[in-house]
Design a protein around this ligand. Structure first.
Ligand SMILES: Nc1ncnc2c1ncn2[C@@H]1O[C@H](COP(=O)(O)OP(=O)(O)OP(=O)(O)O)[C@@H](O)[C@H]1O
Ligand SMILES: O=P(O)(O)O[C@@H]1[C@H](O)[C@H](O)[C@@H](OP(=O)(O)O)[C@H](OP(=O)(O)O)[C@H]1O
Length: 299
């Protein structure tokens, strides 16, 4: 597995990191805040979320500002106050592309050579003969391939990146697809610590309950959003919903279920499918660890 050592910030004695997403899209700001490049879709969602029951699971939103000619969204820094945190970014849902990608894929000039390259780097056999000849793929094709070779299509979630408490950053999870592989990664991330596993399960169960009461949730198609897992040496553990750049309102009078299969036009995202998978995988990790500890104790 490809490992990169994170550089610890000496100035702040902190370990701020942008684990996933577009490079340089988000940076640490002052006063316990982060600045994220402005995106009107995300800004609108965050405003709505601040008065929804889900606000308890979303970093506090402090409006948007302009700085040196660039506009930013100001958010609570979720790493603020944590000591050498371990972090995991988990992208939710059974697809990571919006339905509009299907229309875009039909228009001329939509071939992406960068995506072809990324595909070929991971699996040289993945591009079709036609794609090899044109050395390009549509974004739709790339995103569908990414979803099917990771756990997105089957489990409704995929691990995008992990930073361990010693600063080691891991981002090579493209082929982490099966339940067993995801479970192994969750055990690695939590170092099998029972109290951390338990805290994560409780937080996700609370999220599931709150989603039932959220009008934002049943009226929005949530694509490409992540759950950010954080725990540290003081035994703090928490999970937050981040990244609403591709979260859009469903058509009027359409209420999404979030746990049924997607077919073109129904706008379903599988967010709850992913949440249920996560809860059951973490729950199984917790139970297994408890059973092992009991067996050791009794022997
Ligand atoms: N409020 C926050 N506090 C601390 N760190 C954050 C916060 N929001 C995001 N991050 C960090 O930045 C990373 C990327 O965040 P986010 O997903 O919002 O960016 P993005 O560029 O929109 O992603 P994508 O390209 O997947 O759409 C996260 O994985 C996390 O490490
Ligand atoms: O993780 P990967 O495999 O590197 O692939 C990227 C990832 O799917 C991003 O979510 C996506 O941005 P959006 O979510 O904003 O669509 C980006 O598209 P882009 O290159 O068009 O920005 C992809 O390149």
């Amino acid at each position: 597995m490809f490992l990169t050592m994170m550089q610890w910030s000496k100035r702040r004695q902190s370990s701020w990191v942008q684990l996933a997403g577009h490079k340089g899209n988000i940076q640490q700001g002052e006063g316990g805040k982060v600045l994220k490049k402005f995106n009107v879709v995300e800004d609108t969602c965050l405003q709505a979320l601040m008065s929804d029951p889900l606000h308890l699971f979303v970093p506090r939103y402090y409006g948007n500002i302009s700085r040196n000619g660039e506009r930013y969204i100001r958010l609570e820094d979720l790493l603020s106050g944590l000591r050498k945190p371990a972090i995991m970014d988990c992208k939710m849902g059974i697809r990571t592309y919006q339905e509009e990608e299907i229309i875009k894929a039909k228009t001329k000039g939509s071939l992406r050579s960068d995506m072809y390259q990324k595909m070929e780097n991971v699996d040289p056999t993945a591009p079709t003969a036609e794609e090899q000849a044109q050395r390009g793929v549509t974004k739709l094709r790339y995103m569908q391939w990414r979803d099917s070779t990771s756990s997105t299509s089957t489990l409704g979630l995929r691990i995008e990146g992990i930073m361990m408490e010693n600063g080691t950053v891991l981002r090579e999870f493209n082929k982490t697809r099966t339940k067993a592989q995801v479970t192994e990664t969750l055990l690695f991330f939590t170092k099998r610590q029972v109290h951390i596993l338990k805290a994560y399960v409780s937080r996700l169960e609370a999220l599931r309950e709150t989603l039932k009461e959220s009008s934002f949730f049943n009226t929005h198609e949530i694509i490409g959003s992540s759950l950010l897992f954080l725990h540290d040496q003081t035994c703090k553990a928490n999970i937050w919903m981040i990244d609403f750049g591709k979260t859009i309102p469903a058509p009027e009078n359409v209420y999404l279920k979030h746990d049924v299969p997607w077919v073109e036009g129904n706008r379903e995202d599988g967010y709850l499918t992913g949440l249920t998978s996560l809860i059951s995988l973490l729950h199984a990790c917790h139970e297994t660890r408890c059973a092992r500890m009991l067996a050791t104790f009794l022997n």
